[in-house]
Ligand binder design. Structure first.
Ligand code: ATP
Ligand code: MG
Length: 390
């Protein structure tokens, strides 16, 4: 979508109709970075009310930091001495404030250029939901949950990407029997140059249709993945997928905190033992302190079928978060994972798979497509597998 920089509300109102219904307006150049980092924009339009020098400095900044974004300079009157400095600053077009045809054409060109680099512009479409699967404890079932939730959402008709943020010990790819030729490490250092074609080139497609952004395969890769990169990656991915599922290492590290900035829903995984519940309580208090995903927390109790003196009701009361899903410990779950065919795709009728599918169905942004009906013998992914095989 285009972004208009114009402090004068009356001037802004005259330009917005030409820019389209999804144009965003900001009054100060200082607001630019927050918006451009959060959501890509194909054009920045500098309004006629913006001082020329401020406009030129802004244009230069935009072209340097967001090269795929075009800059259009709108002036009350165009004098010949505007063109040279505008060109130097990287402005793509200079148009008069009352020439709506020229403005529409400049914005149209910006969109076309953007789409040839980044894929379709996404205004009008609700951005995808980022679902982060988290626990302060290791081995409680985060990867099992994230992979199965991602497969469940895919089976329900969503376009899904799973991102493995367990940068040192990530096992999402192996859980899906994939040997990725590219990983997150290939995005390291590209904070300012992420685009759709690059993201496509580093994801691996699972036979179900699920896209996988795998963890680096060596430790150096991990060091080079910054929290900013994680934030921008997720911001870009949500523009192209209905759901982005993030698997995480145990606890908060910089990259996980970066992911939380873009997270809409967090799935907290716990088991029914006192040390885990104590740590989960501390983690939830940390989320409170940071004002993160306050009303969008889902508690999953995994392997919660044994009598250990704690019940789901105790835990919900202790943590102040309702339990959304309770799963038993079942050998079939571990076996399915070890076979590289997680339970949701290997045995969609299994009680654990059904529970995860029900849980996924309740997540925001899920519109169950008519084809996505569990079909007995062929299995949940039968149709998609056939499509892929063709
Ligand atoms: N409900 C379950 N029933 C049986 N086995 C399970 C269940 N959930 C998880 N497991 C098994 O427990 C082990 C740990 O699960 P998983 O790898 O998902 O945990 P994790 O929280 O991602 O661990 P880490 O912190 O090491 O990344 C795996 O072998 C998995 O197959
Ligand atoms: Mg894991």
């Amino acid at each position: 979508m285009p972004l208009l920089l114009e402090a004068d509300a009356a001037l802004a109102r005259t330009l917005v109709p030409t820019l389209g219904p999804h144009a965003e307006v900001i009054a100060r150049p200082e607001e630019l970075d927050t918006l451009l980092q959060r959501r890509p924009h194909f054009a920045v339009v500098i309004g006629p009310g913006v001082d020329l020098q401020v406009g030129l400095v802004t244009a230069e900044h935009v072209k340097l930091r967001y090269p795929a974004t075009a800059v259009v300079l709108v002036r009350e009157t165009i004098t010949s001495d505007v063109y040279a400095p505008a060109l130097d600053a990287g402005v793509g077009a200079v148009v008069a404030h009352d020439d709506s045809q020229a403005l529409a054409a400049a914005v149209g060109r910006a969109r076309l250029t953007w789409e040839s680099i980044q894929g379709p512009a996404t205004e009008g479409r609700q951005a995808g939901h980022v679902i982060t699967v988290f626990s302060p404890k290791g081995g409680v079932g985060k990867t099992t949950m994230s992979v199965n939730i991602a497969l469940a959402l895919t089976a329900l008709g969503s376009r899904v990407c799973i991102v493995d943020l367990d940068l040192a010990f990530g096992d999402v790819a192996i859980t899906l029997q994939l040997i990725p030729s590219h990983t997150l490490a290939d995005a390291a250092g590209f904070e300012d140059q992420l685009d759709w074609s690059m993201l496509q080139s580093i994801t691996t497609e699972h036979r179900s249709g699920l896209s996988v952004l795998a963890a680096p395969t060596n430790p150096e890769g991990r060091e080079r993945i910054t929290a900013t990169l994680v934030r921008r990656l997720l911001a870009q991915l949500r523009d192209h997928f209905d759901h982005v599922v993030v698997d995480t290492p145990p606890g908060f590290d910089d990259q996980v905190l970066g992911a939380f900035d873009e997270t809409d829903e967090v799935v907290v995984v716990a088991t029914l033992d006192v040390p885990t519940i104590k740590n989960v309580k501390v983690a939830i208090e940390t989320l409170d302190l940071l004002h993160l995903v306050r009303d969008h927390r889902h508690l999953v109790l995994n392997r919660a079928d044994q009598e250990v003196g704690l019940t789901a009701a105790n835990v919900a009361e202790l943590l102040g978060v309702p339990v959304d899903l309770t799963l038993p410990s079942d050998l079939a779950v571990a076996l399915a994972t070890n076979n590289g065919d997680p339970i949701v795709s290997a045995a969609p009728d299994h009680v654990v798979a059904r529970s995860i599918l029900d849980f996924a169905r309740g997540l925001p942004g899920v519109e169950v497509s008519p084809e996505a009906v569990v079909s007995g013998r062929r299995g949940l992914f039968g149709r998609r597998r056939k499509e892929v095989a063709r």
